[in-house]
Design a binder for this molecule. Structure first.
Ligand code: ADP
Ligand code: MG
Length: 604
């Protein structure tokens, strides 16, 4: 049999390689912009026609190329950026594979003009389908201009495969934004069909982000800053209330290179945990700097995925840093809770619940404002004085008290007390605020309060623990015991103390102050359940799951009657939370109704 294997001609090999590097006009944009940056440009222009299908031109003021280099730049594996394999592990440039220009020249009409500083004449090369068409000396400015015309002209299948101009333009703008965000000190210009789309001046990070995404972005940004030996993190995350229904403004840059990483994304989203509404995505612009030797960029032709040496440590640090910043900048919206007394109810309710007495079932003498409520819940049903709930009684009661108020006014002013909150259907608490009213879901509000309390006591300060008079022995399966044992330290941080572990039981001698004895079993069971449901990621503490779980189990539920005092402390505690707007599970806690909105209800 005769030999049948032969080497592919260069232009065919280039075309095949091009398939990897150039998927669409946006890929060309990325490669050309990166080359300009690698050349040290401080001004970069991108000109497009027809979503890049007709023309993509990048003009830079970088270092330019000599005539020989200009010619060489179109050869496959021709690069000035690395020389030996080891250099791959110490990359400081965007490019290094030396295949972008060769690939692009294989599938388009390319016109290169370039001149290094100090030369009198520059070089112009025209090339199409990997064939040099012309080479001339020309007079041109310092730097390089590369025009890529009629992309995929010789591969109709690929050309037909391109999407509408709108979609291809979107892809290009995505690439452009990534590069522009990674290099705020470089000025960029983007024109499409002779219209100016972006004109970005040299600036700093914050201003660049705002210039790219619009002035509204400015107020949304929370700065992030952390520097350690293995990692520096800088940049911004957008406050949770500005999170998006769609993933969008999510940017990671590693050593100034935009990268995609679902792993790191997970770390950030995790740091927002409990602050985001379900199904919404946080915006972020995070710039990581790591030693070049600790990453491998060479795993993907478009270089948007990279491998880190110590992924887990990065994850932990990223998560902690973002979480910290969110906390520090107290991302909660400012709600005006200085009540305007004019808008407060004039009704002088005699506290109708003042005499409700609570059966004591706990040996715990310590007091927590909400524990009382928790106990009440356990001790249902119990008798309370009749609550005025129907509108008729509200009316009568109001009429009476209005009179009372008048007379009292002259006698004993201290007696006058206006109720500031109302409970509705044992589910909501209505409270008057300066701008109108706020309607709060009591159970979700309490979840948020407990969640933050637990999180703080577990992570920041010594948790308050109460010693039980008689240690409690609780039975569990051995798998459950195993699990409790592995999170023992965290549970201790939360305020638990343990006496003895056996194969199927644990003896508990101390519990967090906000927990009652009767609830120990259920909260531990719920916790184990929740931990099992979490993404298994053993490298992370269960603090957050724990705080959520406890909050969920211990919060007052719908159906619990709250005294006026309890309602008030619920409102006050909620609004001293870092993030009063959403429950730890992402549900809206309250809605406000402004006076205007109320007025509108009657303006028909
Ligand atoms: P790589 O960027 O991986 O080195 P490319 O094919 O993108 O490969 O470019 C090949 C070479 O051409 C580069 O290494 C660089 O020396 C030169 N080059 C490309 N674009 C420019 C530019 N805009 N300015 C100066 N030199 C450039
Ligand atoms: Mg390149």
């Amino acid at each position: 049999m005769s030999d049948i294997i032969q080497l592919l001609p260069d232009h065919v090999a280039n075309q095949i390689a091009a398939g990897e590097v150039v998927q669409r006009p946006a890929s060309v944009v990325k490669e050309l912009l990166e080359n300009a940056i690698d050349a040290g440009a401080t001004n970069i222009k991108l000109l497009l026609k027809d979503a890049g299908k007709t023309l993509i031109q990048v003009i830079d003021d970088g270092k330019g190329m000599s005539t020989t280099d200009a010619r060489m730049s179109f050869e496959r594996h021709a690069t000035s950026k690395i020389q030996k394999a080891e250099d791959l592990f110490n990359l400081n440039t965007k490019g290094f594979r030396g295949e972008a220009l060769a690939s692009i020249a294989a599938i388009a009409h390319v016109e290169l003009k370039t001149k290094p500083q100090g030369e009198e004449l520059g070089t112009q090369i025209k090339i199409a389908g990997s064939k040099i068409i012309s080479q001339d000396f020309i007079s041109t400015g310092k730097g390089t201009s590369i025009a890529v015309k009629n992309l995929f002209y010789n591969i109709p299948a690929r050309r037909n495969f391109l999407k509408s101009d709108t979609i291809e333009t979107r892809h290009i703008i995505d690439e452009f934004q990534r590069v522009a965000l990674a290099h705020p000190s470089i000025a960029f210009l983007l024109h499409h069909n002779n219209n100016e789309v972006y004109h970005l001046k040299t600036s700093n990070l914050r201003k660049r982000i705002v210039a790219v995404f619009g002035v509204k972005m400015n107020e949304k940004l929370v700065p992030i800053n952390e520097h350690t030996d293995i990692l520096s993190i800088e940049g911004f995350v957008a406050k949770p209330e500005f999170s998006k229904r769609k993933r969008g403004e999510q940017f990671f840059f590693v050593n100034d290179r935009f990268i995609k990483s679902s792993y790191l994304n997970h770390a950030v989203v995790n740091a927002f945990d409990g602050l985001l509404e379900q199904g919404s995505h946080p915006s972020y612009f995070l710039y990581l700097t790591v030693p070049t030797s600790s990453i491998d960029i060479n795993i993907h032709p478009t270089k948007t995925e990279i491998k880190f040496d110590n992924e887990k440590a990065l994850y932990a640090m990223l998560r902690a840093t973002v979480k910290h910043s969110l906390g520090q900048y107290n991302v909660a919206p400012v709600l005006d809770f200085n009540r305007d007394s004019n808008l407060d109810t004039p009704y002088n309710f005699k506290s109708s619940s003042k005499t409700a007495s609570v059966p004591t079932i706990s040996v715990d003498p310590d007091f927590n404002p909400f524990k009382e409520t928790v106990q009440k819940e356990i001790s249902f049903p119990y008798k309370r004085e009749k609550q005025t709930e129907s509108w008729e009684s509200l009316y009568t009661s109001a009429a009476v008290t209005e009179q009372e108020k008048q007379s009292e006014l002259f006698e004993n002013q201290q007696e006058i007390k206006t109720q500031k909150t109302f409970q509705i259907q044992r589910k909501y608490v209505l409270s008057s605020i300066k701008s109108g009213v706020v309607l709060i879901n009591q159970s979700l509000a309490h979840q948020r309060i407990l969640y933050e309390q637990f999180l703080e006591s577990i992570t920041v300060k010594e948790a308050n623990s109460q010693q039980l008079l008689f240690p409690v022995k609780i039975s569990f399966s051995s798998a459950e015991i195993e699990m409790i044992y592995t999170i023992k330290t965290e549970l201790e941080n939360a305020g638990f103390s343990f006496d003895e572990f056996t194969k199927d039981s644990v003896t508990i001698k101390g519990i967090p102050v906000s927990v009652t004895e009767s609830k120990i079993t259920i909260i531990l069971e719920e916790l184990l359940n929740d931990i099992n449901l979490e993404v298994p990621d053993a490298s992370f503490s269960h603090f957050d799951v724990m705080a959520k779980s406890f909050a969920k189990t211990l919060s007052i539920k719908t159906g619990t009657l709250l005294s006026e005092k309890e309602q008030e402390s619920l409102v006050n505690d909620l609004f001293s939370c870092k993030e009063p707007t959403v429950s730890p599970f992402g549900k809206s806690i309250f809605k406000t109704l402004t006076l205007n909105e109320i007025d509108n209800l009657f303006n028909h």
